[in-house]
Design a protein around this ligand. Structure first.
Ligand code: MLT
Length: 411
């Protein structure tokens, strides 16, 4: 008799963003004349920049010609793309990497989930609370946890609360952990980690023989000069951290799909018998078995992001989104709504007016202002009483949303 993976049944009914989509669809269907402004899921709205489109077209044309056609590519991605990323995105930070340490993929949502394949189930895992739900749910799916409790915590995971009272800075776990997810600039709170804070985590990981899973999907949105863009800017990180990056938010690739994972050669973890194994080799084994690489035209397009022309154009789009973030942050702030983040990240994390529960505020905002955001509690119990607005909308929509929210909730 065939059986299901019962760990899936421990999960709350639906993934956060489809649930929001369902509520918005129901509302829109019953109110067809109302224009709903969507600042919920962090999905980009600006088109791919011209340099990227040109390279993408060129990649497609290459596939139409027997001389330049490409079949299966390397599962790790083309070396020329890895080298471009190293030269343009890492070298300027003072970070040296080898092409064999960079694995091109179809995005960091997949990689931050799939990476769990190479770690034993008995590892203790720490995640921030609130958190990008993928880190939590994929651990549940694998069977690393027990059931969820009344507050929304799964037994077997170590949660690190990040709230206004601790400046959204997680404390080190009180019990030893083996894997630690960190996401900076942070989704959902839009806050950042300083060099000293990241050094603290690297020191913790080295002292505890732990590995940091560092999600840097939003590094391109950093505007503050002293904030690290990569965990490898921190001394010691090559021995204890895996970094994930994405072209999704940086260059508008949410519908195109390209990301990358960096695993330094010297990063190892132990077998039960105490032997140290290179995680780079294990991930390579995993990828060559389960993944066939990213399409050639997509990798051509991704490389163009880092051409001089491409980067200038991409930076223009990032500036556009960050101006949206400023409009939201300052507009709401002036109206007396407490906001966090949005300075070096495309997310604004606000305190719900009058201490409303996050989902109640979601419903009110949708029904009364026709604006969609993401309820903080959807990211974890410590997100209750908070709400996330995305800066990835079009300018007019963002301005209109701020006007509507301030008109309704401003002091
Ligand atoms: C978000 O809104 O948190 C992100 O868009 C989700 C994602 O990147 O998968």
């Amino acid at each position: 008799m065939v059986k299901v993976n019962e760990h899936y049944l421990k999960l709350k009914a639906g993934y956060l963003f489809p649930e929001i989509g369902r509520r918005v669809k129901a509302y829109s269907e019953s109110h067809p004349d109302i224009k709903v402004i969507r600042l919920g899921i962090g999905d980009v709205t600006r088109p791919l920049v011209p340099a990227v489109i040109e390279a993408f077209h060129q990649g497609v044309d290459d596939m139409a010609n027997g001389e330049t056609f490409h079949g299966y590519g390397p599962e790790q991605g083309y070396e020329w793309l890895a080298k471009v990323v190293i030269d343009k995105a890492y070298k300027p930070l003072g970070v040296e990497l080898k092409a064999s340490e960079v694995f091109i993929s179809d995005g960091s949502k997949c990689d931050t989930s799939n990476i769990l394949d190479i770690f034993g189930l008995d590892n203790r895992v720490a995640i921030c609370d609130p958190v990008y739900p993928v880190y939590n749910d994929t651990n549940v799916m694998l069977g690393r946890t027990g059931e969820v409790d009344a507050r929304g915590y799964y037994s077997g995971l170590v949660y690190l609360p990040c709230v206004a009272e601790n400046n959204f800075t997680p404390a080190f776990p009180e019990e030893p952990v083996d894997l630690i997810y960190l996401c900076y600039p942070n989704n959902p709170t839009g806050t950042v980690a300083s060099r000293e804070q990241l050094q603290g985590w690297v020191d913790y990981a080295l002292a505890n023989d732990a590995v940091i899973l560092f999600d840097a999907a939003y590094e391109a949105f950093i505007t503050e000069p002293d904030i690290p863009h990569s965990i490898y800017e921190i001394p010691g990180a090559r021995k204890c951290a895996i970094e994930f990056r994405s072209f999704s938010k940086t260059a508008g690739f949410t519908g195109v799909r390209c990301g990358l994972t960096v695993i330094p050669e010297e990063l190892t973890a132990k077998t039960a018998s105490g032997e140290r194994i290179k995680l780079n080799a294990l991930w390579n084994r995993r990828q060559t078995t389960k993944f066939n690489g990213v399409s050639f035209p997509v990798q051509k397009a991704a490389a163009a992001v880092y051409s001089d022309e491409g980067w200038a154009q991409v930076q223009g789009v990032i500036d556009y989104y960050m101006e949206n973030a400023r409009i939201i942050r300052e507009g709401l702030g002036q109206a007396g709504i407490t906001c966090f983040g949005g300075v070096s990240a495309p997310y604004i994390w606000l305190k719900t007016p009058q201490g409303m529960a996050s989902w109640d505020f979601f419903d009110k905002l949708l029904n009364e202002c026709h604006v969609v955001g993401t309820p903080g509690s959807g990211f974890g119990p410590s997100g209750e009483g908070y709400f996330r607005l995305s800066a990835f909308g079009g300018r007019e929509n963002v301005q209109e949303a701020v006007k509507r929210i301030c008109g309704k909730w401003g002091k």
